[in-house]
Design a protein around this ligand. Structure first.
Ligand code: HEM
Length: 512
């Protein structure tokens, strides 16, 4: 009787127990998939193994991501091989990420090529922002290179380098010049002279000491190839189990370039240490910090490489886009010219501080960065903890977080006639309130925001407008071969940064 009772009970409870266990299982799986309660962001259906890589194979990456976000929403998830990316494409998502989740997404995913020579373990670009070495480096850059005092001290050096560029174009007046190539040379020399008082590109004809000999003449190409190599899509990043094979050889090639670059920099550092002669530049400050035991000698070349890698292309691309956009918009160009004439008319040679007195030119630069940001996806971040939530969705730990600043800065909900180049919006509209620091207005963040905001901003905001003002003060610029403004190709491509697909060529015509 007892036996009968218990088997009856078991039989009647069995379906319920099975249901409960199944529910528990589903709940556990669901919670694991959603990161503990919240759903995962929507996104295009991934294919086995490759995930959504096929969705990204055509077109310019930030354009493709913008189109996908129109379908799947402002917080969108993609599987890139075995890695996960969450793409934020609205101001509100960006605001939430920067203000509420900044600490938990402050890591950077490390592209495999950057592991060459241990670079990623020592560079501030890739170290965790809470890492003591990263904090120390950021603090030193901030105090000894980017602070108002240090920037003021190096002002005449920067002015000299920009004048070298103007003199170079002057010698080629009336002929077609490649603006990107020359501006890049100027920017590298400006960085090398403010850091260690030497020209690294000697074909601009400056009077400063130049590095000669093996490798030095090709430093422009070396830095460019290095940046190109580390930003190229790499199968090792999507399938980490293939890393050891380095199938595209990108890590090996980057390793060779780093070795060459570090060789050049080590030589500069050793010669300075041996000479005991002070030059009053950044290298002097860094060697003082080495003597004081604040940093080690082998951190110094990495800090210099960070400056070249992050500062060279960015400032060049920004100047090139601004020149292109002005050539494409003759009425805006005329206004910039009129302003320069009004404010600086009597001056033969202009100074860096003069650019601060050119509000229309400053607005034209901002508007250029809105339309053609150097970093349209900023620099990728990575979620380091569970529990990150953006827009009501879970951002899984370990996923890459991309800010589609390009999409946000062209969002028709936020910008009137967003495709139109109109510097006036940074003079008379709401945009007038926006500064470059991305603190309050997340619809305009060309330098990023939060704890990983671009540390080079104080330098860039002095140098880029000054270079533009210098180019436009000295020359009238014409498009080559009778090309009309409308014919100027404004296509973007994503390589080292958001660069012009067709390098800008123009003819400098002497004004003075
Ligand atoms: C027009 C010029 C420039 C633009 C538009 C620009 C833009 C950016 C952006 C969008 C980021 C990522 C910010 C984020 O993750 O929130 C960044 C990071 C960085 N930038 Fe710039 N940048 C420029 C010039 C420079 C210069 C001149 C230097 C140095 C000389 C520099 C050094 C860096 C470094 C080291 C980082 C990484 C910071 C970190 O990971 O903590 N940048 N920049």
């Amino acid at each position: 009787m007892e036996m009968e009772m218990s088997s009856e009970v078991v039989i009647s409870w069995l379906p319920w127990a099975t249901l409960a266990v199944s529910l528990l299982y589903c709940l556990t799986v669901w919670r694991r998939r959603t990161g503990g309660g919240r759903p995962l962001p929507p996104g295009p259906a991934p294919l086995p193994l490759i995930g959504n890589l096929h969705n990204l194979r055509a077109g310019v990456l930030h354009h493709t991501l913008t189109s996908l976000a129109r379908v799947h929403g402002p917080v969108m998830m993609l599987k890139l091989g075995l890695s996960t990316a969450v793409v934020l494409s609205s101001r509100d998502a960006a605001r939430e990420a920067f203000t509420k989740q900044d600490r938990r997404i402050a890591a950077r995913p490390v592209p495999d090529a950057n592991r060459a020579g241990g670079f990623a373990d020592r560079s501030m670009i890739f170290l965790l922002s809470s890492n003591p070495l990263c904090k120390a480096i950021r603090g030193i850059h901030g105090t000894h290179y980017f602070s108002p005092r240090s920037l003021a001290a190096a002002c005449t050096v920067r002015e000299r380098k920009v004048r070298d560029m103007v003199a170079y174009f002057r010698r080629r007046a009336g002929t077609v010049v490649d603006i990107r190539r020359t501006v890049y040379g100027c920017v590298l020399n400006l960085l090398s002279n403010t850091t260690f008082s030497v020209d690294v590109v000697d074909d601009l004809g400056g009077a400063d000491e130049a590095i000669h000999g093996d490798g030095a003449g090709g430093l422009r190409e070396l830095v460019h190839e290095l940046v190109n190599g580390v930003t190229r899509p790499n199968v090792s990043d999507y399938f980490p189990f293939l890393r050891a094979l380095d199938l595209q050889g990108l890590r090996r090639a980057t390793g060779r370039r780093f070795e060459k670059l570090f060789g050049i920099l080590d030589d500069v550092i050793d010669r300075r240490s041996a000479s005991k002669q002070k030059r009053g530049d950044y290298l002097d400050s860094l060697l003082d910090l080495v003597s004081a035991g604040k940093i080690t000698r082998d951190t110094v070349p990495i800090m210099l490489v960070d400056v070249f890698v992050a500062g060279g292309d960015t400032m060049t691309v920004s100047v090139e886009w601004a020149m292109a956009v002005l050539l494409r918009n003759p009425s805006a160009m005329a206004k910039v010219r009129a302003e320069i004439k009004d404010v600086l008319g009597g001056k033969e040679v202009i100074e860096e501080a003069d650019a601060e007195r050119l509000p229309y030119l400053q607005a034209a630069w901002k508007e250029t960065m809105r339309l053609h940001p150097v970093g349209p996806l900023l620099v990728p971040r990575m979620a380091t903890e569970d529990g990150v939530e953006i827009g009501g969705y879970a951002v899984p730990k370990g996923s890459t977080v991309l800010f589609n600043a390009w999409a946000i800065m062209r969002d028709p909900e936020l910008w009137e006639r967003p495709e139109e180049f109109s510097p006036e919006r940074f003079l008379h509209g709401r945009a007038e309130e926006f500064d470059l620091r991305g603190k309050e207005y997340f619809e305009f963040t060309p330098f990023g925001s939060g704890r990983r905001i671009c540390p080079g901003l104080p330098l860039a905001e002095r140098v880029v407008p000054f270079m533009l003002a210098s180019l436009l003060h000295a020359f009238d610029w014409q498009l080559p071969d009778g090309m009309s403004a409308d014919e100027l190709d404004m296509s973007e491509t994503f390589s080292t940064a958001n660069v012009r697909a067709v390098p800008l060529k123009a003819v400098p015509v002497l004004l003075t």
